[in-house]
Design a protein. Sequence first.
Lengths: 353, 353
Amino acid sequence: MACHRLDGFLVVARENIFYLNGFSGDDSWLLITAEREILITDFRFQEQADANLPPECEVSLRSRKSLSAKTAELCRKLSLKKIGFEERYLSYHKFHLLKKALKSRELRPAGDLVEVLRMIKDPEEIDLLRRSARMTTRVLSMAMKGLTSAMTESDLAGRVNIGLLRDGGRSAFPPIVAVGARSSQPHAIASCHHLEEENILLIDLGAESEAYNSDMTRTFVLGNFPRKFKTIYRAVLGAQKKAIRSIRLGVPASLIDGAARGYLEERGYGSYFGHSLGHGVGLEVHERPVISSRSRDIIKKGMVFTVEPGVYIPGWGGIRIEDTVLVTENGYEILTEYPKDLESMVIKRNLKR
Amino acid sequence: MACHRLDGFLVVARENIFYLNGFSGDDSWLLITAEREILITDFRFQEQADANLPPECEVSLRSRKSLSAKTAELCRKLSLKKIGFEERYLSYHKFHLLKKALKSRELRPAGDLVEVLRMIKDPEEIDLLRRSARMTTRVLSMAMKGLTSAMTESDLAGRVNIGLLRDGGRSAFPPIVAVGARSSQPHAIASCHHLEEENILLIDLGAESEAYNSDMTRTFVLGNFPRKFKTIYRAVLGAQKKAIRSIRLGVPASLIDGAARGYLEERGYGSYFGHSLGHGVGLEVHERPVISSRSRDIIKKGMVFTVEPGVYIPGWGGIRIEDTVLVTENGYEILTEYPKDLESMVIKRNLKR
């Protein structure tokens, strides 16, 4: 705040508020000044705020006033002149309501102050992320055990969803289960396609456990795999391993992306890898750091992000291998420990029906 | 668009895009002009777009360009001068990126054009909403059958989540399960409180089934109910019935809210009913129309919304009764058919452990 010469900073993103003080209600903003921290909320979340907030955080109920009107009232009382806000989360509409209510006080975009803090996970967060990752691998193991060839993509997605609930978490996002040529859609929606008809089975899943997420993809092959699968699988796995091995403190995130991308380009698959290599994982499934060719983030200890190269060939299919990785003092730790060598990906054809 | 004198309208809300053309990918915008409809998306959603979009909707891939840059390029090619956008959904940040990319072209907030269309459900949507509501009531019935006094709020929420998945849907929102005094928090988070320790059991749940949502709350009493429960329950139920009976074509939504609020005020509970009476339900759990004292929406045929009065007494508990209701030619149809008379709310104390 001092850098930005702000008298106050308005946190509007739900995850950012939760990160700062543990409050998880909706429709609430957090006003921070050099001395005070005030949650602006309403009746519906009053008891939750009273019970969960640390003592230094005050609660201000907006009653019948709008969030903007109540915030402006507080800014007036506290004589705040320059108020920063989170421009990525405040809608154009709410910005204008607030600006109008604030009258001559200055309201200025102040970037991602909290997101930058959230990039570096503390030991407690790392513990939660590790648990979330373990839940993900455990549930995938269970889901794969019960596989039958009569199952559809949706059935398998359902098993993942139910497995995560049973394990005390829930799906961080609707699992992507895509068979055959459908696996070339990086964000395919699980459908009624049967497993038995196809060779490729791509599963992208993640647990949300105690507010922290994880994200993992494995691509299996059903029955005898075509030579093409083998070649591409090895290229994607090689690219992923190369990228993971390039993780070290102080390296630009773009270099990690470049390691995988270069590896695939050398093998002629560059044009089939159309998305960025990865993304931070924490309170959100997609957060900072950005792991892409254009990222300006620098790798630091305590960052947690995905490494997920893929080769997608329309009409044939896609192969993606994704892990959630923690940056450590001396390199990295893969949080989603699930086999990914080619042999482990083969599912026998004689599945029971 | 003609009213607003726009050459183009940019749809940025995911649900609005889905409503218009069935596309459900992320990070995509839809540009509409008098003649054309262009989905601006990227590689990840290309196949999904090709497979799902109606033939009149074109697809424009942004490749390595940002959404704003690609949109500006299209606006230039189509010689659009005034472009409307959805100010409630576009962030301040993206607005500025787009404005910069558009240079001298005018970018103006154009309100909730699509949300207004979405308020009136067509027969196909009503069918889906009815199915979603039936799933909700069916799953609550099943969850309540297996109740044991050793269960916690979280256990019961888990049963609801799993039940909805098994039934082919999923939770539209994390179910609210709150026992005893915790039920006075309208948005309580299911915790490890045991059922057996308390008298009141409030459950607020909803299915999402084929993209359409439903929303229902019931408040049960465990064992012999205190006189206070009986009195307040009857007041809330009376208020809900009065509000529902006041639904008819052409009436202001604020009047429906007023019917319930007035009923509770007459009985001395006005100050314990701190939220608005209801909200529209459709592709989102909360959408237009707004059913509150300040709403300007007018009741029309095909609207679907909740009617959910509640009385919340801190330290004692809360009672809320909520149904999802469809507006018909001659009045209304309650979609969430689940018993709510006082007698049906009693759960015997001798639950098996």
